[in-house]
Design a protein around this ligand. Structure first.
Ligand code: SF4
Length: 169
């Protein structure tokens, strides 16, 4: 049997298991956090996707940033992300997490999108986005994970060249 067939099957199995057991680190910092909390309720039933919140970054592989991130908060969010084991993914939920939202233009202290310091995999627009939009983001992320491979030089590579704070965007 050609080795490619075996590798493909292992890829499919690993991707399936990763995509269907995304344990989320909830990083709710502002009003979007209410929608993130609502997403945990039985009405939306994220558990059927194998996605549920865990309070410890060492148990999680998905960080959901929901809300405004200030410059003062940024190092703490980054530290929590770095404590998560690889491979790991990030969803930016809401306009504040995506781009600083309405606050960026009124204050010097708000980060203009968490992709200034975290490699965001899926963006969820809205102010606030509904839990259904987050559910769609989880499905999008699962599709991305499904394209990964454990083959040489094809494993998930995190973005290295994140924009720096103050860079034009
Ligand atoms: S995007 Fe809107 S709802 Fe979400 S944290 Fe910002 S202001 Fe609040």
């Amino acid at each position: 049997m050609p080795s490619g067939i075996i590798l493909s099957s292992v890829d499919a199995l690993i991707d399936w298991s990763r995509g269907h057991s995304l344990w989320a680190m909830p990083m709710g910092t502002a009003c979007c956090a209410m929608e993130l909390i609502a997403a945990s309720f039985s009405k939306f039933d994220f558990d059927r996707h194998g996605t549920f919140p865990r309070p410890d970054p060492r148990h999680t592989d998905l960080m959901i940033v929901a809300g405004t991130i200030t410059r003062k908060m940024q190092p703490a969010v980054k530290r929590l992300y770095e404590q998560m084991p690889d491979p790991k993914w990030v969803i930016a939920m809401g306009n504040c997490a995506v781009s600083g939202g309405i606050f960026y233009y009124d204050t010097y202290s708000v980060v203009r999108g968490v992709d200034e310091f975290l490699p965001v995999d899926v963006y969820v627009a809205g102010c606030p986005p509904r839990p259904e939009a987050l559910q769609d983001a989880v499905l999008q992320l699962r599709a991305k994970i499904g394209q990964e491979s454990i083959g040489p030089n094809t494993f998930y590579v995190r973005k290295q060249n994140l924009p720096q704070s103050g860079d034009p965007r």
